[in-house]
Ligand binder design. Structure first.
Ligand code: ZN
Length: 711
């Protein structure tokens, strides 16, 4: 097979344009990720004729929707939706409803005042009859847009609290000017009391300063503004969960994943997220939609996945969650798939509590061939990895991977979204049952398309040689790196007996992401890529190497405020790798930071040696992971990943500012509307891309308000 078929963009199918509101049906989504077989390919081709009509083409599609603060909002296309069967579309529709119904949960998890802040500002936005063109009102709108982007009062990425540029007096004046019935008042609460309550929450920079504090040596719970713990110290929480762990338990549940830990009458108790428990009002509606979805499942295995998730939402029992996760990871035949639930633990500095998220998707058949090739060769990659023999898996099980087209994102995947997903997270399930891995290609398409011609590569890339490489192979190799990271990297290697990923504590995510990235970097330059038809020649990988080094050494700093350290795990991981190979290759001049006309550029002098360095670092990182060496992890992360070269940082920020680009991006979702005949039967589901950012959030707040202001 040649590399060509992979580069070829698949035929995009059409998308019908319909406006629409969904009534807030409750659906819950299931998560599943798909590895589809020939069956679905056949299924798709049978309804091919319908496709060609409506998907907007890449060229004609307007990707950028909005820009404010440090954020650019894009929309994404959902090619292939029209070619799904009616039943699949209906299934997706109910799953997207189940996704949107969880929106309020995440706001409350991020900070207990978030729903009150959001609803108050939205009430002002909709009802304020004063001067809507004043500068202060413009600042209030920007702040509200930031709150939507961060699912609360903190930045989605840095987790720093937003700084409002309107005054507390203006806030009070606008709130008081509108009808009190429009405000999210508690029983007996006045507008004045609401203002008094929210003013410090919005305006005092020291209160709730950071959503997730990762800084070493302080109480991570007391210093984090999220809502996963209340009245509990870090030591108490750690003791509480350590006491639950049985070292002999080979199949431990994810203790504490779906609850808030509070102290009541001097005792620690978990408030479990479930029907009848915390967030029950939202979860009930999600379950309603999931029940609908279960009747539309593509096959019995998928129906069982959905029913199992429903059981979990009803009982809150983490054993059931594991049963569900196993069914989910083993369902590889369905085309439609989803994640819906308390999933990732990045929002908790202790890595115990999971934030709510949802992604509904269906398999991109053409592009998935690429990841199927990778998965089919998983054992070869494991056997040949540059890591110590004793840390290798004898047999790599169940590495499944696919490229998906996202249909909707919600909760912690929205508006900012991952471009790849690898689940489940429980180690023993991954070891015994494998994991599902996906690359979300309609998002990377939107990113790539929105970036064309914005001046970034002209400013930061060293020469036309690298720019040409990037233009030719940038998307292909970037997607391939993501595939290798997700389908092989995270699934590779093993821990020594008695070692747990938690042993690395606050460094665990950074080290894990480093490991997965290095696995991808090492292999993307391997001749095996050409042998497998994944890359067209021995030059293509350089596009990804250059981009990775430029990003890790320099350009990702555009996302960090001057004077700040790097905190987010993926950013730490990238700088860790880039700095480590830069320093360790210095004697051979492998990578240089070169000045030209007073500007700094990354120059790669020796791509082959760079690859060797990636391999060497992977060897070390795998050793740290497999042995749970906290001291080494801390040294590695603190030395390479956290601190920023201040002078270079300032330069990058200045050059970047001149481009007037936003360093972060988020998305708006398309709108799905069922077409119903006169007997109430759904005869189709239409998709529209017309909604803008403000319209979308106001509609979501209206139609998917599932929780009280405080929970
Ligand atoms: Zn990862």
């Amino acid at each position: 097979m040649t590399g060509n078929h992979i580069q070829k963009k698949r035929q995009k199918s059409c998308i019908l344009i319909l406006g629409s509101w969904l009534l807030a049906l409750n659906f819950k989504q299931m998560k599943q990720i798909i590895l589809v077989t020939m069956t679905s390919i056949l299924l798709l081709s049978s309804c091919n004729q319908e496709k060609k009509a409506a998907t907007p083409s890449i060229e004609n599609f307007k990707y950028t929707v909005d820009q404010f603060a440090d954020i650019e909002i894009l929309r994404y296309r959902v090619p292939g939706f029209e070619s799904l069967s009616l039943q699949q579309k209906e299934l997706i529709y109910y799953l997207t409803e189940a996704a949107l119904l969880g929106r309020d949960i995440l706001y409350d998890q991020n900070n207990k005042h978030n729903l009150a802040v959001r609803r108050t500002l939205e009430a002002v936005y909709v009802n304020y009859r004063g001067d809507r063109h004043s500068e202060e009102f413009a600042h209030l709108i920007t702040y509200l847009k930031q709150v939507w982007m961060g699912n609360g009062i903190h930045h989605h990425y840095s987790t720093d609290k937003f700084t409002p540029h309107f005054s507390a007096a203006f806030f009070a004046q606008t709130v008081k000017s509108i009808d009190a019935s429009k405000l999210p008042l508690l029983e007996g609460e006045t507008a004045d009391a609401l203002i008094a309550k929210l003013t410090p929450v919005i305006f005092n920079p020291d209160l709730y300063a950071k959503r997730v504090n990762q800084a070493d040596e302080v109480d991570l719970i007391a210093s984090s503004a999220n809502n996963y713990y209340e009245g509990v110290t870090q030591a108490e929480a750690e003791d509480f969960y350590n006491a639950m762990k049985d070292p002999k338990d080979k199949t431990p549940v994810s203790y504490g994943l779906n609850s808030k830990l509070v102290k009541e009458n001097n005792r620690l108790i978990e408030k479990t997220y479930k029907v009848g428990g915390m967030y029950g009002a939202a979860i009930e509606k999600i379950v309603f939609c999931l029940e609908k979805a279960a009747t539309l499942a593509e096959n019995e295995a998928q129906a069982a996945v959905i029913r199992s998730l429903i059981d979990f939402y009803r009982s809150g029992d983490l054993r059931t969650y594991d049963e569900y996760s196993i069914k989910w990871v083993e369902d590889l035949a369905s085309t439609v798939d989803f994640v819906n639930g308390f999933t990732e633990t990045y929002g908790d500095a202790l890595g115990i509590k999971a934030s709510w998220e949802s992604v509904v998707n269906f398999k991109d058949i053409e592009a998935t061939k690429r990841t199927e090739i990778i998965s089919a060769n998983a054992q070869w990659f494991e056997d040949n990895a540059p890591v110590d023999r004793k840390y290798k898996k004898e047999s790599v099980t169940g590495v499944s991977a696919k490229v998906i087209t996202a249909a909707i994102i919600a909760g912690d995947c929205y508006p900012a979204t991952p471009i790849g997903i690898n689940l489940p997270n429980a180690n023993w399930i991954r070891a015994a049952h494998g994991s599902k891995s996906v690359t979300i290609e309609n998002f990377t398409e939107a990113y790539d398309q929105a970036s064309l011609g914005n001046g970034f590569s002209e400013e930061f890339i060293w020469s036309d040689t690298e720019r040409e490489l990037s233009k030719k192979y940038g998307s292909l190799t970037n997607n391939l790196h993501t595939d290798l990271h997700e389908c092989l990297g995270h699934g590779s290697g093993k821990l020594l007996p008695g070692v747990s990923k938690d042993d690395l504590k606050a460094y665990a995510s950074t080290i894990e992401e480093t490991r997965a990235d290095l696995f991808g970097l090492y292999y993307i330059a391997d001749p095996k890529m050409m042998e497998l038809g994944l890359l067209p020649n021995a030059e293509a990988f350089k596009a990804e190497y250059y981009k990775f080094m430029m990003n890790g050494l320099m350009t990702q700093l555009t996302r960090i405020k001057e004077g700040k350290d790097i905190e987010e795990s993926h950013m730490r991981n990238r700088q860790l790798i880039a700095r480590w190979v830069y320093e360790n290759g210095a004697n051979d001049n492998v990578v240089e930071l070169k000045a030209k006309d007073g500007k700094t550029y990354v120059v790669i002098n020796d791509y082959r040696k760079l690859r060797e360095l990636f391999g060497k670092l992977l060897f070390e990182i795998q050793h740290i992971t497999s042995t749970g060496d906290l001291k080494a992890a801390r040294e590695m992360v603190e030395k390479y990943a956290v601190k920023v070269d201040q002078k270079l940082h300032r330069e990058v920020l200045e050059r970047y500012a001149l481009l007037n680009l936003a360093p972060y991006r988020g998305f708006v979702n398309p709108v799905y509307t069922p077409v119903v005949d006169k007997n109430g039967k759904i005869t189709g589901v239409n998709i529209s891309y017309k909604e803008n950012y403000v319209e979308q959030h106001l509609r979501y707040s209206k139609d998917y308000a599932t929780l009280p202001v405080y929970n």
